[in-house]
Write a protein that binds this ligand. Structure first.
Ligand code: G1P
Length: 300
């Protein structure tokens, strides 16, 4: 590992959003705490960072996000009650989230967009490459996307974003990348980026999904980035500048993901994620699948 390619250890998870798509559930509970089967969505994301070797996790939070901090902290009262009962397996579940990673928190204050949220991480991250994981996207742990992105960043330097091919009518929901092929099948060079284009203006059907490994020069650009789409400071706009001029912070590559991804920011996809993951669970799956089969054949 050379000086210019320091090892990536830090993950940044923006979690300041209001979660209005899930009201009223998110009136007093952060959307990141909504359970996917029996684990809050955010814990899957932290586990993914840790699995890729990033165990220094900074969450960008906001008002009403205290439950996030509590979830990744010890709960002595609950732990001692379970220990007294000798309930080792539940005790382990309680301790799992507090033992996962070294957690840090910073508040965003004004919600000025994803780019602004990432900029709040600058004092903590310093001048090292780092990862950003968006909580609405869950990547199945059997398809280790982030580890692959870290590997590509360590090889090429610069920044790496996760891309997925989507149907043209879906592209307006995502940042979209213009790309060139490389000698590796799942890696592309990103030449241009546009945030949430209309299908007719989209340079491709490669959508950015919520995983990024970024060169710290992105902070310098974000400080100067004007509000873009939706009046917000867009991370995509800052990345577009990195892609346009390799001299600033190295190249931008994309890893094309073909694995399992669940969008827990959308109510329909959230339900699909729960059903799918519940079906695959060894403890719940057999009974749940039997019920689901009869429900689908008899009730629908
Ligand atoms: C954000 C980004 C967008 C990206 C998406 C992935 O949008 O701005 O470029 O494609 O996450 O989930 P959001 O979904 O937060 O509006």
């Amino acid at each position: 590992m050379t000086e210019s390619h320091p090892k990536i250890t830090k993950a940044v998870i923006p979690a300041a959003g209001l979660g209005t798509r899930f009201l009223p559930a998110t009136k007093a509970t952060p959307k990141e705490m909504l359970p996917v089967v029996d684990k809050p969505a955010i814990q899957y994301v932290v586990e993914e960072a840790v699995a890729a070797g990033l165990d220094d996790v900074l969450m960008i939070t906001g008002r009403n996000k205290r439950p996030l901090e509590d979830h990744f902290d010890r709960n002595y009262e609950l732990e001692s009650a379970l220990a007294k009962k000798g309930d080792e397996s539940r005790l382990a579940k309680v301790q799992e989230s507090s033992d996962l990673a070294t957690m840090h928190y910073v508040r965003q204050g004004d919600p000025r967009g994803l780019g602004h949220a990432v900029l709040c991480a600058a004092p903590h991250v310093g001048r090292e490459p780092f990862a950003v994981l968006l909580g609405d996207d869950l990547i199945d742990p059997r398809d280790p996307l982030l580890a692959r992105m870290v590997e590509i960043q360590e090889r090429h330097g610069g920044s790496v974003i996760a891309l997925m091919e989507v149907a043209p009518e879906q592209i307006h929901l995502y940042g979209c990348a213009a790309v060139e092929a490389t000698s590796e099948g799942d890696v592309v060079k990103v030449t241009d980026l546009v945030e949430k284009p209309e299908a007719a203006d989209a340079p491709s059907n490669y959508a950015i999904i919520g995983r990024y490994v970024l060169d710290p020069h992105v902070f310098d650009i974000l400080r100067k980035t004007e509000p873009g789409r939706g009046g917000e400071i867009q991370l995509t706009d800052a990345l577009q500048q990195l892609a346009a001029d390799e001299k600033i912070g190295g190249p931008v590559h994309g890893v094309v993901f073909k694995g399992r991804r669940y969008d827990t920011g959308d109510r329909g996809d959230y339900l699909r994620a729960i059903v799918r993951l519940a079906c695959e669970r060894e403890d719940l799956g057999p009974d749940f699948k039997a019920w689901l089969r009869s429900y689908v054949t008899e009730e629908m």
